[in-house]
Structures are given as C-alpha cells and as structure tokens.
Ligand binder design. Structure first.
Ligand code: CTP
Ligand code: CA
Length: 228
C-alpha cells in the first residue's frame, strides 16, 4: 500500500555507475590521472543494488574491492570508459562519479622514455578527452531517464556546480566542496549539495556510505515516487 514502501523499489531498473580515476598513458610505465579513491562511486553502486537495481559499475583503476552484487567492468582510460558506458546502455539511471582525466597525451610513447643526461625534458602534447557525462546527457532514445553528474569544486561551489549542470545537460549534479578548509579530500566523509532544476538541497556532512544510501533513496523516490 502507499503506507508500506517496497524494500526493493529499484527492482527492474538498470543503473550505470562510473567510479574512480582514469589513467592516461605517457609511455608504458607512466600516466597522468586525477586523485580519486573510487569510494564514493563504488558505495553508490552498492547502494543502488541494495534497493534492487541491476547495476553495471564501470571502474577506473582503483585499489578498493569490487562491491558485491554489482557487475564490474574495469577500464583504464577515458576513451575506454566512454566505450564501456555506451556498450552498457540502455540504462534507466546513470550516476557518473568518476574523476575522468580532462586530457590525454596525444601520442603515448610505445617504448619507455629514457632520461638523457644533459638533454632537455620531454615535451608532452595533450588532447582533450571525450566528456562522458555530456555525451550520455544528450537527448535521444538511449538517454537514461535520470542522469546524475558529480563535481568536486573549490570557491563558489554552488555557482560553479549550477553552471556545470546546465553545461553538461544532466538532471542532477552532486556538488562536493573539496576546498582544503572542508577537509573532505581523500577522506571518508562528504558534504554535498544536490542541484536539480527544482533547486538545491544542502546535505549534512556524512560518511560516504551514508551519502550513497541517501542518494540511492532519492533516486528511487524520483523514479518510482516511493520513499524507501
Ligand atoms: N566527466 C566526464 N567526462 C569527462 C570529464 C568529466 O564524464 N571527460 C564527468 C565527471 O564524471 C563528473 C562531471 O563530468 O560527473 C564533472 O566533472 P568535472 O571534472 O567537475 O567537469 P569538467 O567539465 O571537466 O570541468 P572542470 O574544468 O571543473 O574540471
Ligand atoms: Ca574535469
């Protein structure tokens, strides 16, 4: 009945989650990457599965374990992550929490770049990586009903994140204040603002698992109208 919410409100829904960094090779032994443990994205994948969703987690290189009850696809680069996301569609829900490298080296060396005594340092030429969130947010038959992006910001967090939601075309943007003063970077807690067309929700500082559970519950409410 209306008074007894379903324990598994997302049963029958497919959720796609990206998590972790991407690694963009410089040569066979070196890469560039963003800082990301994958803890928040992995926790979201697990929380969506706990509400009954079938979850495909596309994970960049992380040291944490695959969450239980979730199909995990391991990728290295942004290009591989985009290809895996496309191959995993259709999905009802997409939560793109990965810290994707904005650039990759135009032509990674096939052999290890060696130090040359007295020689100049190697110059790296970068090209822009595809924007997975903007791509997935484009209108079309394969667009998930609910697309959720993440943004780690410093200074004017709400202003940056509000503009970013519109630029990317996603439905929700989870803005995370990572200024040094917030103390959350690399930690086990997050303090987020959920930005949607309806407005802004300021959530209290919570452990990443609790942020994940609350976000999964909000997603279930949005898609099914039921509060788990
Ligand atoms: N994202 C993505 N593909 C990229 C870059 C970012 O899918 N190539 C996604 C992230 O997973 C996140 C959101 O976009 O959900 C915001 O990432 P962010 O790095 O904050 O956005 P950018 O547009 O790269 O802006 P910035 O210049 O602030 O890095
Ligand atoms: Ca970026």
């Amino acid at each position: 009945s209306m008074l007894t919410p379903k324990a598994r409100p997302l049963a029958g829904h497919h959720a796609l989650v990206t998590s972790g960094p991407t690694h963009e090779p410089i040569d066979p032994v070196r890469y560039i990457a963003n800082r990301s443990s994958g803890r928040q994205g992995h926790a979201i994948a697990q929380a969506l599965a706990a509400l009954g969703a079938r979850v495909t987690l596309i994970a960049g290189p992380v040291t944490i374990a695959d969450p239980p009850g979730v199909t995990v696809l391991h990728v290295e680069t942004a290009a591989e992550m985009l290809a895996a996301v496309r191959a995993a569609l259709p999905a009802d829900i997409a939560v793109l929490a990965a810290a994707v490298a904005d650039w990759r080296v135009a032509e990674p060396a096939t052999g290890k770049i060696k130090k040359q005594p007295g020689a100049e340092m190697p110059a790296l030429t970068f090209v822009t990586n595809p924007d997975i969130l903007a791509t997935i947010s484009e209108p079309g038959p394969l667009r998930p009903r609910l697309v959720v992006g993440f943004a780690a910001e410093t200074d004017d967090v709400i202003a940056h994140a509000t503009a970013k939601r519109l630029r990317k075309g996603c439905d929700w943007l989870v803005a995370n204040d990572v200024s040094p003063a917030s103390g959350v970077m690399g930690g086990t807690e997050n303090e987020i603002h959920l930005i949607s067309a309806a407005g802004i929700e300021d959530w209290p500082r919570l452990p990443k698992d609790a942020v994940a559970a609350r976000l999964a519950a909000r997603i279930a409410q949005e898609l099914t109208g039921e509060t788990p």
